[in-house]
Unconditional design. Structure first.
Length: 296
């Protein structure tokens, strides 16, 4: 895998980790908001605005890394991206209103818009991956196929379990080992599903070895009640996302080789350097925000 692809997948993995982190807040708000209220505010407030920044950072990096793909992306994905952007602004408004006025109506509107938004985000991921609901000849979307894409519902299940896992680690006093085992089984099932359904899907064994090592570390730290359980769990989910996303390399829409859309080598080199520096800065900032607000 070349440098520009690697950086793009790393940024995407960090962005999706924040999405799952955010979604865990919504899930635990639904389960028992009164019980988790203080923790939700403590852990969510430093992150909820960063999520949008990181999303924009990923979009800018994608446009800079694959400039020749902009006509395709803008013509095919412009409608769902604009809807997602609108929903993101609405949910932020509802959350801000709820935070300032403690309005129950705003809380429920925040939860509803969040659920719709993340459903749309996962539909974007699924259809961008396999192109199930996209007609490349007319560069249009078949909305029925878009929302009946089997990969969409597989990703939703994986995303839901991942969010439960993250939420349990962050919000609950007692860590749920059964939920962790379920997460591992769901992730393994996703890899099996992709291997069976996509001929080009590949898995780098060294990533699996690293993943297995982090699983073992998580279990060790979990049983000794170490303060590093939360951090390792986030690294575990991040690596899971990276393994799956990078295994599609270098394809998009199921059959389009993204190498064809790379910019010239000189521009790609500077994009790589700028993104690397910017990505490190933003990642360190996010890590600091997370660690500074978590009481281990």
């Amino acid at each position: 895998m070349n440098g520009p692809f690697l950086i793009n997948y790393l940024i995407f993995s960090a962005f999706l980790l924040l999405v799952l982190y955010d979604n865990s807040v919504v899930i635990y708000s639904i389960l028992n908001y009164k019980k988790y209220k203080e923790k939700i505010k403590k852990y969510f407030l430093p992150i909820w605005e960063v999520l949008g920044t990181f999303g924009v950072f990923y979009v800018v990096n994608t446009e800079a890394t694959f400039p020749l793909a902009i006509p395709l992306i803008s013509s095919v994905f412009i409608i769902p991206i604009l809807i997602a952007g609108l929903l993101f602004l609405l949910r932020n408004y509802f959350f801000s209103n709820f935070e300032n006025k403690s309005s129950e109506e705003s809380k429920y509107l925040f939860i509803i818009t969040s659920l719709i938004l993340w459903f749309l985000v996962f539909s974007l991921l699924a259809n961008a991956s396999n192109g199930y609901g996209i007609n490349l000849l007319t560069k249009s979307i078949n909305w029925f196929k878009w929302f009946t894409n089997p990969l969409l519902y597989v990703l939703l299940i994986v995303g839901f379990v991942s969010s439960l896992f993250i939420g349990n680690i962050i919000f609950s006093e007692k860590k749920n080992l059964i939920l962790f085992i379920l997460y591992i089984l769901i992730f393994s099932s996703l890899l099996a599903f992709l291997r069976l359904n996509y001929n080009f899907f590949t898995i780098n064994l060294y990533l699996i070895y690293i993943y297995a090592a982090i699983v073992v570390l998580f279990l060790i730290f979990m049983f000794v009640k170490s303060k590093f359980v939360t951090l390792i769990s986030l690294v575990l989910v991040f690596l899971s996302i990276f393994i799956v996303s990078s295994s599609f390399y270098p394809y998009i829409l199921g059959r389009i080789d993204m190498i064809e859309f790379l910019g010239n080598s000189q521009i790609s080199y500077y994009v790589f350097l700028i993104t690397l520096v910017g990505g490190i800065f933003i990642s360190v900032s996010i890590l600091y925000l997370v660690l500074s607000t978590m009481k281990y």
